[in-house]
Ligand binder design. Sequence first.
Ligand code: SF4
Length: 457
Amino acid sequence: MGAQVGYLTGKFLLEFKEEVRHMKAAIMETQPEIQNKGKDPMPEAPALNPQKYYRLPWTLNDNGISWLEVTDACNLTCEGCYRPHIDNHKSLEQIAEELAVFKSQRNSDCMSLAGGDPLMHPEIVEIVRMVREGGWKPIINTNGLALGKKLLMKLKDAGASGFTFHIDTTQIRKDSEAESEAGHNELRTKFARMVAEAGGLTCSFNQTVSVNTLDQVKDTMEWALQYPDIVHTVVFILFRSPSLTGEFDFYANGENVTEYDNYEETPWGGDSLVEARHVVAKIREVDPEFEPSAYLGGTVDPNSTKWLIGARMANEKRGFGYVSPKYMEYLQMGHHLFKGTWLSYSTPKLLQRGKSTTALFSLVDGGMRKIGKEYIRAMGQDEASIRDKLHMQTFTIIQPVDLMADGRANMCDGCPDMTVYNGQLYWSCRLEEIKSHGCFMQAAPRKCEKPLQPEIV
Ligand code: SF4
């Protein structure tokens, strides 16, 4: 009887799995299209299946990160920046009020300090102290131009947890005149070393990617793979602009505002939308082992990966593989259980503990066992020694707002970059709409496919 039940269950499972496979394929075929003018031919890139990865448990109220804008002032003009640069530094009272709104509405591990460039704020050290005292890890998002060793140490002493440097070809910089992403790698290394020398801080790099720079993702990857000890995270942010979306009219307050959009278009952005899968394909050209393990989906399209994260275990000589979705799940759950928040940026101390965490999780997870075996094999070949540190290095791809063909905006579900404006939480990427119109713009497609009418017999 037992065997029969086992057989029937097994058969049922096989049929069920087959059924699910068909359903998934059908869903992939019918998923709503992103509006994309698509003049540039996009390279082939296989679709991603988010069901394979761990869905980060981040929500509006309980998230890994929050986003505090301290000023609109900036010492650079990046192509595609959506924020007008005005010297409107927020007062410490305003900042305290915004922190109080975060405190009452949103539990989070880290606070990204953003702008403009937050280092333009004359009281940035005090702001970092306020954020730390409020219980968040302050992460400073900067282009680095105003950062010297003295300021870096002051920020560290005030409680900074890490830096995210935005360096890429959208900028005309006086400290790196390179016109390619590869050309900026020297500057990236300089900042990574400076942060490493200060000690105890995480160091991340953001790079905007358009169809014109997609191929150069490989150069940044090749560079980052050499420095798992000091380059903790690289984030590829996909470029979006109104000209890349399809045929829409935009409405706010009941009026057509299509013509009043003051966004400055740039040829840098090219003529087609890059999706996360295109970047994954490029990364794999450099590191075929690359495998994402965690993601945030879209608010409209469940098949989209709006934040896609792959984390690699590596020493300074080589990589040993990418962590499993289960590992990411344990990390998040453990952090929430013991620290009360979902984990976003880990401390360098934790990132260096790759050996012990791999050994521990190898006991319960096949994916981590694979990394452990590879590490032991490498010890035999002198590519690893028991004294080498094993670092976790993260690669993230962010695919910001996409307009679907039916006019809905596909946002990051569980947006980590929610910011406060007039006492309320808003997506920071669309704050300009609120500032300009008091509401979000609604996109109306100029031409919609009519749904098929059911046949009447
Ligand atoms: S919804 Fe916008 S602000 Fe939020 S994470 Fe996505 S791109 Fe960033």
